[in-house]
Design a protein around this ligand. Structure first.
Ligand code: BEZ
Length: 269
């Protein structure tokens, strides 16, 4: 395991402290939880499919990564989630995304649980589930939830989902409480948003779905935006703060059609 390479300035305040108190009052050295902009560390170890799993190799150089941290095998909410994720395998493939699960259980536990998931949800989990039965990776990643314990009283992993860009930088992390299953349609939607933003210097508005209009980033001047999209394709929203701001018009709210949707050729052209 390597260190997270932080995307924030060296002198920035740390987001998390480096130590936390373990249930038996010993101090555990834990790493800051990876967050947006960090390079997610390479996880090496076992899955239910192999003993020499390497996260970076598995994701590949030109694919996105999706990591589901789940509190534990044989738990009800996680069972439904992994079944739902397995059912969307072709959607993840379409988006060039490699999926991996993670919990503090061993390979045999994962294999037995996958049989249950198939019966319970009708879906076959074919993606790797990382094994961390001694919790060493979870401790180091800072993803143990001290308030949520298994039957033995040991902390379970948080219900987080990480999306990694092809360069292994964290593009998104969302954390849910153990009681709430993740919305897989939202995960697909957010991957669509991340991918369009990554490629086109745009943002996506509230409740955006693919095909909807996007917002041009402030990194592009009006001239640059018009050069890229054409003046007539851009809607500049006329907001009061800009109307009275003198000669400088910032145009911070600029819509354009979803650039991933190609214009259909007109008939006869
Ligand atoms: C669940 O997946 O159902 C679950 C996991 C940990 C604690 C509570 C519920």
């Amino acid at each position: 395991m390597g260190n997270c390479q932080r995307g924030r300035p060296r002198d920035a305040e740390p987001l998390h402290t480096g130590t936390r108190t373990s249930p038996d009052s010993k101090l555990l050295q834990v790493h800051d939880r990876p967050t947006i902009g960090d390079v997610f560390p390479n996880l090496k170890g076992s899955t239910q499919l192999s003993d020499d799993f390497d996260l970076y190799e598995y994701i590949g150089n030109d694919k996105w990564g999706l990591i589901f941290m789940h509190p534990g095998d044989f738990t009800p909410v996680c069972t439904t989630e992994l079944g739902a994720a397995a059912g969307l395998a072709s959607e993840f493939e379409k988006r060039n995304v490699s999926v991996v699960g993670f919990s503090c259980n061993n390979a045999q536990s994962h294999r037995d649980w996958i049989v249950d998931i198939k019966v319970a949800t009708g879906e076959q989990v074919n993606f790797p589930l990382f094994c961390d039965p001694d919790r060493s990776h979870a401790k180091w990643l800072g993803i143990l939830d001290q308030n949520n314990r298994d039957r033995k009283g040991l902390p379970m992993t948080v219900r987080s989902v990480y999306v990694l860009k092809p360069n292994k930088e964290v593009a998104l992390v969302i954390t849910y409480p153990a009681s709430t299953g993740r919305n897989m349609n939202e995960i697909l939607r957010v991957i669509d948003s991340l991918q369009v933003s990554h490629e086109y210097e745009v943002g996506t508005p509230a409740n955006w779905t693919p095909g909807g209009r996007v917002l041009i980033n402030a990194t592009l001047s009006d001239n640059q935006a018009e050069g890229r999209y054409g003046r007539e394709q851009i809607e500049y929203v006329d907001v009061p703060s800009e109307r009275f701001s003198g000669a400088i018009r910032r145009h911070y709210l600029r819509y354009v059609n979803d650039p991933t949707v190609k214009e259909q050729p007109q008939e006869g052209t």
